[in-house]
Design a protein around this ligand. Structure first.
Ligand code: BES
Ligand code: MN
Ligand code: ZN
Length: 479
């Protein structure tokens, strides 16, 4: 699919279809489409799509009127949903070239991003039922303005959209193909194409360093683990800060010896989505060149109950020196993140944001509507929340009360890897906090948001790429 920016009006752009917007109660196209307006078919209600052929005054063969709802409610996140939904209603109809007519710079960025991500499908491995002849081949973003900022806005949207698809392409791969070593290969490909430095720690180096928490998780699998580090430095060293993006990448989580029920276990191929988002974010960051150094630190393992697997009752020594009693081998994400966080600090990260499909409990708390975020630094949190809002990724601040730490106290080791039955997302976050220390840090539990279980009008089933856009916006907004 090709994405283009054209400086043309909605009426003059030549395409097989042009997408235009109508707000609730608006009359923008009433002269050209009197019947549709009078019948109430076009009401401007959000995500109402009306396709009309041969509209007088339009060069395009079809006009899709997209209801944009209340004018004050149309932020970039909603606009992306609206445009993605519009593109998806037009797919599979033999329409080759679609134009989207938008206004301001912010709308151009949202439209470009939507133009790239909307048509993504999780069907890479399907050999039948795909009809490439009917696919949309070109999406043009039509802007009737000569404003200079528009090129940059278009580029930002295009780059973030492309990176989201990179992340989704990686995340959608099944766990027999996307092993930790395969993830390393994907990360190397991203780094090479983006001219970024990459360093991959293998099992031997992790042993030398003493990453006992990460290695303990890996030992039940025949697939060797790795720790991926990708680094970006700004062209001019604007700040001394180094932002570390730590992403959980368990390529499959059986639970280990504390094995999960078989029903729904296939979903645990998604347990590398945090890592895939961190890798994809580096691709966008390399293009958009924020003024801060950024590192992705991605620990990758497969959590299996092999004969060498760790047991409940094992005590491991983490890279930090802290000992951890493993009470449940299914609480593995926090173990690999503990060593990755310690390593990120050793590498010089001054700020940390981790993303992990860490707990089922966060899905109980927030459903699929928002990721849960935890922090040890309220100032950093407010910068972060602004970046997430701008990205259109919903995040909800969750607490780290001292009571959660009480639950992790352990007699045999410094800390244990699970708390009690309740507040599981909070005790998981509290566990991570113990390894973060004073470094400003945010933890994103994206277990409910990284994967769409059922297709939506605006998005295919499968990986969403969350929280890649927040990562990128946070780096771009760095002061
Ligand atoms: N990857 C899972 C988190 C998860 C579980 C996401 C279920 C979505 C649905 C994580 O490694 C895990 O297994 N967490 C356990 C922790 C528990 C053993 C304390 C969980 O949430 O059940
Ligand atoms: Mn688990
Ligand atoms: Zn897991």
């Amino acid at each position: 699919m090709e994405l283009k920016l054209v400086r043309q009006s909605a009426a003059s752009v030549e395409a097989d279809a042009v997408i235009v917007f109508e707000a609730e109660g608006g009359k923008s196209f009433a002269t050209a489409l009197p019947v549709q307006y009078e019948s109430g078919e076009i009401s401007g209600k959000f995500a109402e799509y009306t396709l009309v052929h041969n509209v007088a005054g339009f060069a395009a063969r079809r006009v899709l009127v997209a209801g944009s709802g209340k004018p004050e409610g149309l932020d970039p996140a909603k606009l992306k949903k609206l445009i993605s939904g519009a593109l998806r209603t037009l797919k599979g109809k033999g329409i080759r070239h679609v134009a989207v007519a938008v206004g301001s710079g912010a709308q151009v960025a949202a439209a470009a991003e939507a133009g790239v991500v909307a048509l993504w499908e999780p069907d890479q491995l399907k050999t039948t039922g795909k009809d490439p002849d009917k696919a949309i081949r070109t999406v043009s973003i039509a802007v009737d303005s000569s404003d200079a900022g528009i090129d940059a806005a278009f580029e930002k949207g295009r780059v973030i959209g492309t990176a989201l698809n990179t992340t989704r392409d990686i995340a959608v791969e099944p766990p027999n193909i996307l092993t930790p070593m395969a993830l390393v290969a994907r990360a190397r490909a991203v780094a090479a194409a983006s001219l970024l430095e990459i360093d991959v720690l293998d099992q031997d180096r992790m042993r030398q360093l003493g990453m006992g928490a990460l290695l303990g998780v890996a030992q039940g699998s025949a697939e060797p683990p790795a720790l991926i580090v990708i680094r970006y430095d700004p062209p001019t060293g604007a700040t001394k800060d180094v932002l570390g993006l730590v992403g959980k990448a368990v390529t499959f989580d059986t639970g280990g010896i504390s094995i999960k029920p078989s029903e729904g276990m296939e979903k645990m191929k998604y347990d590398m989505c945090g890592g895939a988002a961190a890798i994809g974010a580096m691709q966008a960051i390399a293009s958009l060149k924020p003024g801060v150094s950024v590192m992705a630190i991605v620990p990758t393992v497969e959590n299996m109950p092999g004969s060498k697997a760790q047991r409940p009752g094992d005590i491991v020594t983490s890279l930090s020196g802290k000992t951890i009693e493993i009470l449940n081998t299914d609480a593995e994400g926090r173990l690999i993140l503990a060593d990755a966080i310690t390593y990120a600090k050793q590498l010089g990260c001054t700020h940390l944001v981790d993303a992990a499909t860490l707990t089922g409990a966060i899905v109980v708390a927030l459903g699929h509507a928002a990721s849960g975020v935890y922090t040890n630094n309220d100032a950093f949190l407010s910068t972060f929340m602004a970046a997430s809002k701008d990205a259109g990724e919903q995040m909800w601040h969750m607490p780290l009360f001292d009571e959660y730490m009480e639950q992790l106290k352990c007699v045999y080791a410094d800390i244990q890897n699970i708390g009690s039955r309740w507040g599981g997302a909070c005790t998981a976050a509290m566990f991570l906090k113990e390894f973060v220390g004073d470094t400003p840090w945010i933890h994103i539990d994206c277990a409910g948001t990284a994967w769409l279980d059922d297709a939506k009008p605006h998005m295919a089933k499968g990986p969403t790429g969350i929280p890649l856009s927040t990562f990128v916006n946070l780096a771009l907004s760095w002061k």
